[in-house]
Design a protein around this ligand. Sequence first.
Ligand SMILES: [Cu+2]
Length: 567
Amino acid sequence: MTTHHFITRRTFLGYAGTSAAALLAGLPQVEATPVTKAGGDAFEPDVALELTASPQSVALRSGPATPVWTYEAQVVKGDPASVHASPGGYLGPTLRVRRGQKLRVDFVNHTNQPSIVNWHGLHVPADMMGLPRYEVKPGEHYRYEFEVLDRAGTYWYHAMAAGHTPEQVYFGLAGLLLVTDDEEQALALPRDEYDLPLVIQDRTFGDNNHLHYLPGTGPEAAPAHGSPPQAPGMGSSTMGGSGMMGGMMSGGMSGMMTRMMGFFGDTILVNGKPDATLKVATHAYRLRVLNASNARTYKLGWEDGRPLTVIATGGGLLERPVQKDYVMLTPGQRIELWADFSKDAVGTQLTLMSLAFDGMAGMMESTMGEEMMGGGMMGNMMSHMMSGSSLADGARFAILKVAVTQKADEVLELPQRLATLTRLRAEDAVNRDRPRIFRVTMGHMRWGFNGRSFQMNEVAPDEIVKLGTTEVWEFVNNMMMAHAIHLHGLQFQVLERHNSPQGAGVVEGCVDDGWEDTVLLMPNERVRLLMRFADFTGSYAYQCHMLEHAAMGLMRDYEVQPAQTPA
Ligand SMILES: [Cu+2]
């Protein structure tokens, strides 16, 4: 399948012959390497970073340090404040950029697996997106050069690799990318120490504080030498095969369930730390909440029942604040909360919870239950069994303790108008009455959309769209599990939901008022998305962001072709 690149600035820098010492010394070679360009002037970055992924040991809890992979970043050119220290644990540093900035990132892979950095939520050329087809081998580099076109908001970056994405993210390869712009800067939002990330992940600790995932995975596992870095086609022949998915094909029945259904850990980490407590002042906070978990969806709510005030979704600020009793946050999603503790007395203790919900709603009517399990089981029991975790999908548990420890004098008023939100119009869609349908399917122990699982560089005729058009895409879930539908390369708007579960205490917590790149799709639900394909041709991915689902096939490419297809 060919790809058409509106802008081609890809450089693939093989450093196989370069000594490790030179690599660690700060990469003067990168500057000297010719950059291939198709049309256009030399790219002059406003900010240039070097982003390295490598194995480390970090103290996550008392006792031995935990082996992880982690990102580290260095500013090579531009504002030193473009890189902020990691919020904690194994998380990568927070990258802060401005809309309109030209950004260069030299990714250096010092892990023992192929990897690439995916810019989750950003609107960038396809070869700058960080998809598995651009993964680089251990010791190699990949140069990203793009202009930041996105609205101010909370985005993130994480590892992708054919068959290794869930493992690499689990063992630490993720970080935040915050975009600001003039519109946001003009607002009186909480800043500096009152602007806080909350990156939520679930993990399980094994012996010696090692992170427990599937057997044979992680920084201490032997690299999958001898198995060529294959496409994650993982066709039917690969079940039980070696190498292909690293160690992911081992681990018996519970391993099989994890690979199919997703990993559910029993320990909740916030900003890379278990048992997290946040000390706050009597002040308004901007809490940027990212669900960077592999598969777990959270139902965020305060234990004392106070409502949540949402000011932004994945694609930036809402038009105006929205109040919710609870907010659903599926893997990959971000939500920004205005959390005002100014009326709380010093000494107040609050708990941010994940409230109970029925993530299996609709299982009774679903077909997969019969296929997979022979039917008959339901609810939490099913969920426990499927997740293999003592903390079931949809269980109620504490995420974060908040302690009000000091007085602040300043009072910030919640702005009633936050931003101008351009609404896509359904009547502008070229397929208004015939939405493109993507049904989540399963067959031969592989997930798929419309019966097709991921194949590298494969785009079907009904996965091709035209540059400059607006479309309606409908995702349909007849499975018993929820999914986290994510599109790469653009932000969409939720047009409508059909057949949403009633009484499950879920859909009322979906914030569908703004721009999103990831959306919760409940069992039996149909969600219609409105999107516009602008600026770039080429092939991008759409996937489930429950990372094990994607690794087991629930990912495909869509291709944006020029408005006029060349003869
Ligand atoms: Cu899924």
